[in-house]
Design a protein around this ligand. Structure first.
Ligand code: AMP
Length: 436
């Protein structure tokens, strides 16, 4: 084993999987740009304080951050998510509202690595700052839904809740804390600890010991103000009008503390229940203000790329795109011709690869086959002398070309009659005609 490997929870994404990642982001971009979202690209690293505003009771912040003091003595952190960065950017640049942005990038959380849970993972997401409209919540949820459909996923469930207005949420958290405290003897030890930090998160407990208590816990919907109830009703009505199925789950609280009103999660039904959230989001009306900006409503979601691709594998959809190569150049004269011809093809917009290290004709032809190219362009000393090249279709049908007869000598004994000679200066034109 080599001395160095990727760190735990971090992975190399190699071709062709990397092409699938790009296609994933491109598909997302298409869905959201059609809806008026522009891309924001923000730094991987922010002042630690930016993330601390998410709330110290959030595990992502309190336990999982990659933070360090840089050479200038600044306490910084690798971003564990992008919503806080987007809000920081909004407060810094004060763009026109509604500010509709999308993003893609890596996030870092010091978690226990397992399938679908990594320490570096990618997300795509959208955020809108400066609008309160419940139909905006619907737009956002619907765009995520549409994106999953674009990938071909069908085993996705939308779960919805509202955490009410800040005062509703605060009253609820207090009631919940009282309730769990009254029964703390029946709680698992882990949940007793969670209770100290964040009573809402006890609802997330998947431990059997907590199940009965959690089931009987007070429900957030008993605490909604009229305004919160109206907002939530409008969101549900809007989703129904678009024909998007959802389940209301009063115990869906999500990990991040900044949520108000609408929260939602897209769950992958093929995944393990502990890691089945493909994405999620909600409203976070207080976050910009807590980062020093004006009071600004916000709503958005993030979808995990790594985990969503696992769901795609499970459903057998959204396979890596097959790379297409038009030309593979075989040069038996040392390689300078291959360099020239490949360069010529590439500048003409025709994809071209070649063999290296002056290998035998046979080995180069094998490489040409393996490359998946449509044509081999073959050149030897006879061809150079005659000012021609040999074009051999490897997969494509023979082009309807009148110029050359069946191939010259270079094909050796393997001439199957499909290959033909082309004057060197007509190569590009011939290939273009053949490919059209
Ligand atoms: P969050 O930012 O926690 O709301 O997460 C949004 C989405 O990001 C999740 O639904 C996952 O798909 C993905 N995600 C979060 N944490 C991880 C992780 N450690 N590894 C892989 N994906 C993650």
């Amino acid at each position: 084993m080599p001395e160095f490997q990727t760190s735990p929870g971090m992975r190399d994404i190699l071709p062709p999987e990397s092409a699938r990642w790009r296609a994933f982001v491109a598909a997302f971009e298409q869905v959201v740009e059609r809806a008026g979202y522009g891309q924001v690209i923000s730094p991987l690293l922010e002042d630690l304080g930016v993330f601390q505003r998410i709330g110290d009771a959030t595990e992502v912040v309190s336990k999982e951050m990659y933070d360090f003091v840089d050479k200038g003595g600044r306490h910084v952190a690798l971003r564990p998510e992008l919503t806080a960065s987007v809000c920081r950017a909004f407060a810094q640049h004060h763009p026109q509202t509604p500010w509709k942005v999308w993003y893609h990038g890596s996030q870092f959380r010091y978690e226990k690595p397992q399938r679908g849970r990594y320490r570096q993972f990618d997300q795509v997401g959208i955020e809108v700052l400066g609008a309160d409209d419940p139909y905006l919540d619907v737009e956002i949820i619907a765009l995520g839904w549409e994106f999953f459909a674009t990938l071909g996923l069908t085993q996705v469930r939308l779960v919805l809740n509202s955490l009410g207005e800040p005062a509703d949420r605060a009253a609820y958290v207090a009631a919940l804390a009282d309730y769990f405290r009254d029964h703390s003897g029946e709680l698992s030890e882990e949940s007793r600890e969670t209770l100290q930090r964040n009573p809402l998160r006890v609802l997330d407990s998947k431990r059997a010991a907590d199940a009965a208590l959690v089931a009987d816990a007070p429900r957030i919907d008993q605490f909604y103000s009229d305004r919160a109830a109206a907002h939530f009703a409008a969101v549900q009505q809007g989703l129904s009008a678009l024909g998007i199925p959802f389940a209301v789950e009063a115990k869906l609280v999500r990990g991040l503390d900044y949520y108000r009103h609408t929260t939602f999660e897209y769950q992958g039904l093929t995944l393990d229940s502990a890691q089945n959230a493909l994405g999620g989001g909600g409203r976070y009306d207080g976050l910009v203000e807590s980062l020093g900006g004006p009071a600004t409503p916000g709503v958005g979601f993030a979808i995990g790329l790594d985990r969503t691709l696992l769901a795609c594998d499970d459903e057998g959809v959204f396979a890596p795109p097959t790379p297409r190569l038009a030309v593979f150049v075989v040069d038996t004269t040392g390689g300078a011709e291959a360099l020239a011809i490949a360069t010529l093809c590439r500048s003409a917009g025709i994809s071209a690869d070649r063999a290296y290290d002056n290998r035998s004709m046979k080995s180069q032809m094998k490489a040409a086959d393996r490359s998946g190219a449509d044509y081999a362009v073959i050149v030897g000393s006879n061809e150079i002398a005659a000012g021609v090249v040999v074009v051999r279709p490897l997969r494509a049908a023979r082009p309807t070309d009148a110029d050359g007869g069946a191939g010259g000598g270079i094909g050796g004994g393997t001439d199957d009659g499909a290959q033909y000679e082309v004057p060197r200066e007509q190569l590009i034109e011939t290939l273009k005609r053949a490919m059209s």
